[in-house]
Structures are given as C-alpha cells and as structure tokens.
Design a protein. Structure first.
Lengths: 321, 245
C-alpha cells in the first residue's frame, strides 16, 4: 500500500531529523526546548493510554510523575542506586499505586472519576510536603555526581539528555502504536465507547481499566525520574502539582485523544508556547501560557472536537475525495 | 441435558416481581421464542441469564454448569452472547472494529480477530459497510451489527433481545433469515420478541410470560390457541374497546 509506505518514509525522515538536531543545533536553549517537548509528549502519550483510549479522565497523573521522581531520587540519595534502576523501581511503584488508586476509583463513572483523581493528587502532594524523611517542603537536591551514562547526570552538555529523552519518547510511541493495534487498544476503546456493551462482549472491564492505568502510570513515572535527573532538584510543588496533571491532559486533548500522534502534536504546540512565554514574561507572567492554552482548547472544542489531528484527518480526507 | 436450564428464577425490584419463579429450558439446536406483552419480564429474565442483573433467587445452568451469579463477561466467555434491545454499537468505531471487539473474546491476536470479524461480516451481509462508522448505519444495519458483534464472540447460545423491533417488513424478513442462518451454523437461539408474527414461524417452542410469570410453554401452533395467552395479549385491549363504546 502506497499510503503505508509513505507513512514509514515520513517516520524515518522525522526520526533522522530529530537524531541530527542536537548535532546541528548547539545552543542550550533549543536543545532544552526539544527535551521539554519530548518529556511532555511522553507524558501526553502516557495519559492518552488511560484518558484517551480507555476514556477514563484522570486529573491526578502528577502522582505517578512525582512517584517516579521521588523513588529514583531517594534510592540514589539513601542507597546509592543508579537512577536507571531507580527509574524502573519508580515505574513498578507507580503500577502498584495505579492498582491502589484504580481499585476504588474505577467504580466511579465519568466526572466522578476525574474528581476522585484530583483529590488523590492533592492528598499525595500534601503528604509529600509533610514527609520529613523525603525532604518535605524543602525538597531534595540531587547529589552532583561525575558525568556518566550510569549516573544519568551530565553537566557540560544537554546532548546526552536530549538522546535519553528521545529514547523514552520513542519507546512510548512504540508502545502506544502496539496498543493501538492490539486487543488491548480495541478493548480500551470499547470501554470508552459503551461499558455495558463491552461487558456483554466478554470484556473484564475493571481488569482492562487497570491495564490502561498501569501502562499509563509506568510511562508517566519514567518521565518523573528523568525530570529529577535533568533538573537535579525536586520538591512537592514541582513534581506533584495539580497543574502538571491538567497540562498533561490538555496536551492530549488539544492534539487529539485516542490516537498515536495526537499527544505528540499537542506537545509540539503547547510546550513552545509555555517556554517562550516563560522567557518573555518571566515569573511575573506565570500563567500566560495557560491563558493561551485555554483559548486554544476552546477553539478546538468548538470547531474540531477530535483535536488538531482531527483537522489533519479532515484535510487528508478532502484531498483523497 | 438441556443446554440452558433456568430453575425457579426470581427477580424482584423492591415490591415488583419482575420474574416470579420461572422455569425454562433450551435444548441444543433449538430456536426458543420468549414472548409476552409489554412489561412481562422478558428483558429482565434475559438480563438475569446473561449476568447483567443478579437474580433474587433461583438458578441458571448452562451445559450442566451452575452459572448463577457469574458476571456478564464471564458468561460471555462460557459461550452465551446477547444483544440489546436498544442497540449498543460502538458508534465512533468502524463496523469492522465493532465486530473485532467481539471476536477478541476467543483470541488474543489482532490478525486472527480481524479474519474472524471479516468472516462474520460476510456471513451477516455487512461486508460492504465494514469501513463505515457504526453510528452512521441505518437502524436495520445497526441491529444487524449488534447481532454480528455477539455472533463474533463465538457463542453456543445466543440471546436476542428484540433483534427485529422497529424494522419494516422487508428488513424483518431479512433479519429472520439471518437468525435462521445463525442457527444452521450451530448456534442455539433464545429470542425475546414482542411481535408474535416474527416469533411464530421460526421458533421450535414458545414460552409466554405475563406479569413476571410463565403462563404457557408449547409449540407455536398450540400457544396461539392457548386461552391464557389470548387473554394476556388481547384481554386489556378488548376491555379498552368495550369501555370506549
């Protein structure tokens, strides 16, 4: 099929461009911008697994992000474990959290589920603000270790971070792609479409909701660990904020939920806006990006409820007609 | 041994006895019609058999195994599939994907599910519409898709809840043909139907419910001459017309 072949060519071109980007662009800011895009695109993709495919709107994803950041950091600081193992441990802990959170919350439907996840996110943040052993409100400053891949710390150049972020992003895209085309993806969409019908066709609804949340939590957690290693400082306000949960949801929604590329497009639009307004207005302009986000979301929901990717699909359809 | 055996099944919603100690059996290879006036408890009985409602008391045996209290998805896995009176198609998904979700009941592989779904679409005469979004289908095709989804789960027994309601005569005839074809493919069928004319020609046996109780069970020919059945169906109407005069 010609269309399919074209798709693979575009994908290859995209990947090559992204791989040579840091070799050509040597300034730190453009590299930082791309790292942030990868990070948020991955978060959007992870959120999309539960929120987009399975239709369970979580507004508490910061819990898994924070769990990842704190697990790898605490393991590194208290036991000297390499952040790579810490990242994996964080992912597993987040799967455990997904079970603990999902078990009661999945009994709730629609917006009640969303509200419950907000509450859990808030509880988690306040818990961390008061937990002295884990740094409480002061946060944790990661030890400065010699630059190495094993230590996941690089001080002279952002290039290694770029490739690691790209790697995590590519892995998440790959997993999403596999979900999209497998039994999991179909079952997630069925749960989103009609619960009763899903049950009648043999779908164990609570189990598949948990699978979706566990996958989502795992990849969100990886991002948290990466963030900790990249910024080298975490506190409950930076890794557990409600705003993070909301932004992640916005990215997926703006780009197009329940699709492989929607969240990626969302991140490419929102993150540059956020970074540039931050530079333009500094701390005083905090929230300017959100005003723009809000506006974009309104426009999108009025004119194209399937997100930016929906607009792209419509154009493609017109072309082929 | 009957394929499906319902023993003394009772379901009450508060003070309302929707099903009152109902006994019912379905032999392998049969088409059994479940009929009765509005509110007779047909759909409730279906929901109890298929695990959508927990029954208040009584037992459901399938292939000799007690399936009372199992969840609907577990019952589907055992081999009982159902359709809904108000169709529940996944409207934002293409027809093919709808049927694939059913087919995944028996396989973990997407390619196997797709192949099975294509066979089912061909069988049900929906092949030409496989790429359409289910929400855009006509009522008749939605009903057909509802059947195709359930059939794709690989059932031994198919429960059809008013699969022909709201269809015109031609569409009804086509739907009846499809039901017959599915039976020929080796699936036993229990169907709820409101319209006598639909049930009578295709059913081997007919069970009649009224006010939650079984009032008759016989061959179609005998059932239509049954006093109680005539009263259940025509009694109220008869009284109403008398009062009007």
């Amino acid at each position: 099929m010609g269309g399919n072949k074209n798709k693979w060519i575009w994908l290859a071109i995209g990947a090559i461009l992204l791989l040579i980007y840091p070799l050509v662009i040597t300034l730190p800011f453009p590299r930082h911008l791309m790292i942030m895009i990868f990070l948020y695109a991955t978060l959007g993709l992870a959120w999309n697994m539960i929120g987009g495919y399975a239709g369970q709107i979580s507004l508490g994803h910061a819990v898994y992000f924070g769990a990842g950041a704190y697990t790898s950091t605490l393991l590194l600081m208290k036991l000297g474990v390499t952040p790579w193992l810490g990242m994996l441990a964080g992912g597993l802990i987040s799967i455990g959290l997904a079970f603990v959170i999902g078990y009661p919350c999945f009994k709730l439907a629609g917006h009640y589920f969303a509200i419950a996840t907000i509450a859990i996110g808030e509880i988690a943040q306040h818990w961390m603000l008061n937990w002295d052993w884990a740094g409480a409100a002061v946060g944790l400053t990661l030890p400065i270790l010699p630059e190495s891949f094993l230590n996941l710390e690089f001080h002279t150049s952002k290039m290694p971070y770029y490739y690691i972020a790209f790697g995590i992003f590519a892995l998440t895209i790959y997993v999403t792609y596999r979900i999209d085309r497998s039994k999991l993806g179909y079952y997630f969409k069925a749960i989103k479409g009609d619960l009763e019908a899903a049950r009648s066709l043999g779908i164990n609804v609570p189990r598949y909701k948990f699978y979706a949340l566990a996958l989502s939590a795992f990849f969100t957690s990886l991002c948290g660990s990466f963030y900790a290693q990249y910024i080298l400082f975490i506190d409950p306000d930076s890794v557990f904020p409600l705003m993070l949960s909301i932004v992640v949801c916005l990215i997926a929604t703006l780009g197009g939920v329940g699709t492989v590329w929607g969240p990626v497009i969302g991140a490419y639009i929102l993150i540059p806006i956020s970074e540039f307004t931050r530079i333009q207005f500094g701390g005083g302009g905090k929230g300017t990006d959100l005003i723009i986000y809000g506006f974009l979301i309104m426009v999108i929901s009025i004119y194209q409820p399937f997100g930016v990717i929906g607009i792209a699909k419509r154009f493609k359809k017109k072309e082929s007609e | 041994m009957a394929l499906l055996e319902v023993k003394q099944l009772t379901k009450n919603f508060g003070g309302l006895m929707a099903n009152d100690h109902i006994d019912l059996f379905v032999q392998e290879g049969e088409i059994v019609g479940l009929i009765g006036p509005n509110g007779a408890g047909k759909t409730t009985l279906f929901n109890c058999i298929a695990g959508f409602y927990p029954s208040s008391s009584g037992q459901v045996l399938f292939q000799g195994e007690d399936i009372t209290g199992l969840l609907s998805n577990e019952i589907c896995l055992k081999g009982i599939a159902r359709t809904f009176q108000l169709v529940r198609v996944f409207k934002d998904m293409p027809v093919l994907d709808n049927v694939m979700i059913g087919a995944f009941n028996r396989t973990g592989s997407a390619s196997v599910a797709r192949k099975k779904a294509m066979e089912v679409l061909e069988f049900c005469g929906l092949m030409a519409k496989k790429g359409m979004l289910a929400g855009g289908l006509t009522i008749a095709d939605k009903k057909r898709l509802e059947l195709a989804k359930a059939f794709a789960t690989g059932p031994t027994l198919l429960l059809l809840d008013e699969a022909m309601a709201g269809l015109n005569q031609t569409e009804t005839a086509e739907a009846v043909e499809l039901v017959k074809k599915i039976r020929k493919a080796g699936v036993t069928i229990l169907l709820v139907e409101h319209v006598m004319e639909v049930v009578m020609p295709i059913s081997n046996r007919v069970v009649v419910l009224d006010y939650g109780r079984k009032i008759a069970e016989d061959t179609p020919e005998k059932v239509i001459h049954n006093e109680e059945v005539i009263k259940a169906y025509l009694g109220d109407k008869y009284h109403a017309s008398r009062r009007a005069h």
